[in-house]
Write a protein that binds this ligand. Structure first.
Ligand code: UDP
Length: 484
């Protein structure tokens, strides 16, 4: 077989669904630009994907787009289980411990002349998979970071260090969670609007300086400074003050988003377009037919992403809020969404919502959000869900759970004007009220109008020739293809 002469890029995803989706969009865009791609997952995720992504094994056969996995030391997922069970902490710890060496092993193997693939020109890794630096530094290969969270989320993580230095974090005691301390104003983060501590990452709500998540996001954001360049999944108009502030202290910054939209402009007749999605759960496509029957803008879509957990009490509050709103809804309840009691919603709930509810465990979210029947999105504000909602012009009801979701929600509601936030201590009355407001009320109409405006701006950035494509060209010419 003739060896490819294409330039070889290795894309390393962080082992979580949202990060994988985002990296896959970028990898496809780069493939469509003529690069040879090796897309790398950790072994645990790789096994999970093999179970649920029909196209996964098939498109591994594309000559210049390959999948590879690196050992993370975790035991493989249970064969009979349909759930993605491994604890996030265990995944992070195992990744940090095992992946620096296994990634180095992979790159060395790819660079061996006997591998039959072109030598690796550049590594593109998730900003929070900075273990790749071990290999890229040793082998002298450029390492571009791809920040799969928003610029506001990245900035939030980056400045956790300053919160610690100023003595604001860790909290002095658990009392600070409820005594108003979290309302402390933070108005000194460059590029960021004035916020309260409770609008910043939930990971600062700890009394332990060594807390795993806090240090993981903070160190990840700072490690990005050691990269050759940083790509953001955002676009100038959406986050320009933050992008400007980042540019002054980081390696060259390229906003090339929203990536989920950019990848939609890949020509249909290219080989790239045969590459499907990667899912850790089985997609239920029946919900699309159900949506086809519904009136335009009449359905609320409810989905808390791939990592959020609800207590059974919270799930019941959401459930009864949905039921009492009288609105039609599509609710995705992952097998592991609710902690504790599995028999979540009583029979009465199904009777009351009959004909206007569809509940399933995983759906093709981007397609759902693009469906004309969807009028609103009750979301946990993960950055992928947020960008996918923006790209479809769908206004949001926000219930941020953790990580960057608090600051995303703040920007969604207070800066972009495309959402309304539910209190952390969710009640059915508030859920009902906000759904009615979003789907029928005056504020809902205004929020919808803004959402459509932002969609148009996103399209301007992401269509061929738009700002994000131009930034992509600059990245390719100035960073990836440069001789080092
Ligand atoms: N997603 C999906 N189907 C679902 C739920 C989620 O395809 O039923 C996708 C969604 O489109 C998004 C990702 O999973 O791309 C979730 O990423 P996000 O950043 O929103 O949240 P996370 O899961 O990281 O908390």
């Amino acid at each position: 077989m003739e060896h490819s002469t294409k330039t070889h890029l290795v894309c390393m995803a962080l082992p979580f669904q949202g990060h994988i989706n985002s990296m896959l969009h970028l990898a496809k865009v780069l493939h469509s630009k003529g690069f040879f791609i090796t897309f790398v997952n950790t072994e645990y995720v790789h096994q999970q994907l093999l179970k649920h992504s029909g196209s996964f094994s098939a498109h591994a056969g594309l000559p210049d787009f390959r999948f590879a996995s690196i050992s993370d030391g975790l035991s493989p997922p249970d064969d009979d289980s349909d759930e993605y069970r491994e604890d996030i902490r265990n995944i992070l710890l195992a990744t940090q411990e095992n992946c620096p060496a296994s990634f180095l092993g992979l790159i060395s193997a790819l660079n061996d002349p006997s591998s039959g693939v072109p030598p690796v020109k550049c590594v593109i890794s998730d900003s929070f998979a900075s273990f790749t630096l071990n290999a890229t530094t040793k082998l002298g290969i450029p390492n571009v970071f791809y920040c799969t969270v928003a610029v506001c989320g990245f900035t939030d993580f980056y400045y956790c260090k300053d919160l610690i230095e100023r003595g604001l974090v860790p909290l002095k005691s658990e009392d600070d969670l409820a005594n108003g301390y979290l309302d402390t104003i933070i108005d000194w983060i460059p590029g960021m609007i004035t916020v309260r501590m409770r609008d910043l990452t939930s990971f600062i709500r700890t009394t332990d300086r060594d807390e795993l998540f806090l240090n993981f996001v903070m160190d990840g954001a700072h490690a990005s400074s050691q990269g050759t360049a940083i790509i953001f999944n955002s676009f100038s108009e959406l986050e320009s003050p933050l992008l400007n502030a980042c540019s002054s202290k980081l390696p060259p910054v390229f906003d090339i988003g929203p990536m989920c939209l950019l990848s939609q402009y890949i020509p249909n007749d290219s080989s790239t377009s045969s590459i499907g999605g990667l899912n850790m759960w089985r997609e239920d496509l029946r919900c699309m037919e159900w949506l086809d029957e519904k009136e335009s803008g009449s359905v609320l879509y409810v989905n808390f992403g791939s990592l959020t957990n609800l207590t059974s009490k919270q799930a019941l509050e959401f459930g009864w809020g949905l039921a009492n709103s009288g609105c039609s809804f599509l609710w995705v309840i992952r097998p592991d969404l609710v902690v504790g009691d599995a028999a979540l919603l009583p029979q009465e709930f199904s009777e009351i919502t009959k004909g206007r509810s569809f509940i399933t465990s995983w759906c093709p979210q981007q397609r759902v959000l693009a469906h004309a029947a969807i009028g609103g999105f009750l979301t946990h504000c993960g950055w992928n869900s947020t960008t996918e909602s923006i790209c479809s012009g769908v206004p949001m009801i926000c219930w941020p759970f953790f990580a960057d979701q608090q600051i995303n929600s703040k920007y969604i509601c207070s800066v972009w004007g495309i959402g309304m936030e539910i209190d952390e201590d969710v009640t059915r009355e508030e859920v009902e009220g906000l759904i009615k407001e979003l789907m029928e009320g005056q504020k809902g109409k205004e929020t919808k109008r803004k959402a459509v405006e932002w969609k148009e701006k996103a399209v301007e950035a992401a269509k061929p020739g738009g700002g994000s494509w131009r930034n992509l060209e600059k990245l390719i010419e100035g960073i990836i293809m440069k001789d080092y």
